[in-house]
Write a protein that binds this ligand. Structure first.
Ligand code: GDP
Ligand code: MG
Length: 251
């Protein structure tokens, strides 16, 4: 019998394609193997996390980013009295790959200088909201392609750190208006900027007033109630809320 005419068994001499490893390489395949496979894949691919810092000039956004990465990445421009602030809002992103115990995290921080510094702050949030929505759109467009990339670069903003000026009173109308828009679009983490300029008592009073403002103006900051569906998430979210003094923290 001509060996070439024999019907090939699934694991015989037939050359395997790079995507289908021979049977002996697969070993035991059970449902529980899926977890390990996902873990190995996630470790190889790494994770992407994108943070955006928002707030008016001089509140310490760039300093926070600089401290986070322990490097000088860009110079902040604090306009002096009478200095016209440029109309165009420039967003600057910096990316660092952090690796811990074999797990890679690509951390990108986007700084937004100049927000709310104009005399007329009408629609000053447009460039920031525009940027956030553009990233969603870009990702979606890649996702819906019939022949899409195996890995779609994720530039979506996962967390927006909102710097509240340390007035000691309550949220300014501008902050309320911006936060209302922002919390519909992205996960918002408000922080009291330059909190060291307030005493501990002032800080506490200010924090409580801000929380009250957030509630009365229906501003749902991170972690939102909708993330509480899973019991484990709910426990974790409660811990975050407790630690942040009820969804609020200091810079
Ligand atoms: N007191 C105090 N000053 C700060 C803090 N963070 C930054 N600064 C100072 O505030 C000024 C403006 O900081 P910068 O990071 O450029 O603010 P940005 O315009 O929001 O990016 C600088 O002189 C910083 O040294 C802080 O937490 N407390
Ligand atoms: Mg800055």
């Amino acid at each position: 019998m001509d060996p070439m005419r024999r019907s090939p068994s699934p694991c015989s001499s037939r050359p395997s394609s790079p995507r289908t490893p021979p049977c002996e390489m697969l070993g035991y395949v059970g449902i529980e193997a899926v977890l390990d496979q996902l873990k190995i894949k996630a470790m190889k691919m790494g994770f992407e996390f994108n943070i955006m810092v928002v707030g008016q000039s001089g509140l310490g956004k760039s300093t926070m980013v600089h401290t986070l990465f322990k490097s000088k990445m860009w110079k902040s421009t604090v306009p002096g009295l009478g200095t016209p602030t440029p109309q165009t809002l420039k967003l600057q992103s910096v990316t660092h790959v952090i690796e811990e115990k074999g797990v890679k995290l690509k951390l990108t921080v986007t700084d937004t200088p100049g927000f709310g510094d104009q005399i007329n702050n009408d629609k000053c949030w447009d460039p920031i909201l525009g940027y956030i929505n553009e990233q969603y759109e870009r990702y979606l467009q890649e996702e819906i392609l019939i022949t899409r990339q195996r890995h779609i670069p994720d530039t979506r903003v996962h967390c927006c750190v909102y710097f509240v000026p340390p007035t000691g009173h309550c949220l300014r109308p501008l902050d309320i208006e911006f936060l209302q828009r922002l919390c519909w679009t992205v996960n918002v983490v408000p922080v009291i900027a330059r909190a060291d300029s307030l005493t501990i008592e002032e800080r506490e009073t200010f924090r409580r007033r801000i929380q009250h403002n957030l509630r009365t103006h229906c501003i749902d900051v991170y972690p939102q109630k909708c993330f509480d569906e899973d019991i484990n998430d709910r426990i974790l979210n409660s811990k975050i809320r407790r630690r942040a003094g009820g969804k609020f923290t200091y810079s």
